[in-house]
Design a protein around this ligand. Structure first.
Ligand code: COA
Length: 333
């Protein structure tokens, strides 16, 4: 017989507030065309992207995260001292150790909150949200800050025609806290490591250090293979998340897929047979692909513009390098 007392968490968890930060520099397709043979028309029609934001030297991963988090904390109506854990999802923080989450937790003024980074590519927000929900229901934190943040401009090869136009920088954050009713559905998540070569860093950092390669490492991908996987496999995962939450497409108010390519978004909308009444996030047009930051940034924008409202039921799905994915249904803050 165990002597350990059962944990005392909240019955359920929900997203209580959201905040975003987009770097001040807006980069139109014309700037991308300086280094690759392409056209504004091609980029818009193949990806939907018109502009993206690139961070300056002051807009570090930590600085952008603190900005986005401050807004999320205010939106949730709590104080930083109440946060019990800070989870930062990123693949573009260039210091291996310590985790950037500890710096962010300190700068925000949390009371020694637990803090750690996770690496789950473009599914990073869903992975963080799932951890947060678990912590709240299990009782190890009352409020958890989940941040998705990237400076992908640092990892972009501007001479690579397949990726130069895709990526952007920014931070999105949510505060997750206790709830009396279910407001974050079961997560459908997983990994397909047999496809890890389809999106990856060109070479390990050590190859660059030793001079084995001259070019700074960058993210590279097999565009068509990733596109097909996203369109066919991720629509199935999205449907599984709806099924797991016990709702169908007609119950949805909002769809916030990872902002990778507007054609992938269109295809998922069609496969899932989403009614016209469902608001679909298309933040990719002006934000590009910001990996872990893309879903919270898109969520924040839909709420800020009034296209979505507090209490709406939203399907969120992230997918990318790994390959990894995570989908769930949430009530919007
Ligand atoms: C990257 C992506 C937009 C490219 O679109 P695509 O339609 O697959 O393009 P392809 O690579 O098949 O190339 C089609 C044609 O456009 C050309 N092309 C490729 N890149 C180009 C560019 N930047 N500008 C102009 N033409 C380009 C190719 O040379 C090819 O020409 P061809 O038909 O004469 O041979 C698309 O594959 C994609 O979005 N993939 C998924 C990306 C993604 O979501 N990644 C992250 C997941 S987290």
């Amino acid at each position: 017989m165990s002597k350990i007392k059962p944990a005392k968490g909240a019955p359920y968890a929900r997203i209580l507030g959201v905040g975003g930060y987009r770097p001040t520099r807006v980069v139109p397709n014309e700037v991308i065309l300086e280094k690759i043979d392409s056209s504004d028309e091609w980029i818009r029609s193949r990806s939907g992207i018109q502009t993206r934001h690139w961070a300056n030297d002051e807009e570090t991963v930590a600085a952008m995260s603190v900005e986005a988090s401050g807004k999320a904390i205010a939106d949730a109506g709590i104080t930083a001292e109440q946060i019990g854990a800070v989870v930062v999802s990123t693949v573009s923080h260039f210091k291996q150790t310590p985790a950037v989450a500890t710096e962010i937790a300190d700068k925000l003024g949390t009371n020694k909150a637990a803090a750690f980074d996770i690496s789950a590519g473009c599914a990073g927000f869903g992975y963080g949200l799932t951890l947060a929900k678990g912590m709240i229901v299990e009782g190890s934190a009352e409020y958890v800050l989940v941040i998705g943040v990237e400076r992908l401009s640092d990892l972009t090869d501007l001479e690579d025609r397949a990726t130069a136009f895709l990526f952007g920088d920014g931070a999105g954050a949510v505060v997750v806290g206790p709830s009396d009713e279910p407001a974050i559905g079961p997560t459908v998540w997983g990994s397909e490591g047999d496809k890890s070569e389809t999106i990856k860093q060109t070479v390990p950092w050590t190859d660059y250090r030793t001079g084995e390669v001259e070019r700074f490492p960058a993210i590279t991908q097999e565009g068509q293979a990733v596109f097909r996987w996203a369109v066919f496999e991720m629509a199935k995962v999205a449907q599984q998340a709806l099924d797991a939450a016990g709702i169908d497409a007609t119950d949805l108010d909002v769809f916030i897929p990872h902002q990778a390519n507007e054609r992938i978004i269109d295809s998922m909308v069609k496969t899932l047979k989403l009614p016209e009444s469902v608001t679909v996030a298309r933040d990719v047009r002006t934000t590009g692909n910001t990996s872990a930051a893309s879903i919270p940034l898109a969520m924040e924008r839909l709420l800020a513009t009034g296209e979505a409202k507090s209490g709406d039921t939203a399907l969120v799905i992230g997918f990318g390098a790994g390959l990894v994915y995570a989908a769930t249904v949430v009530t919007l803050p």
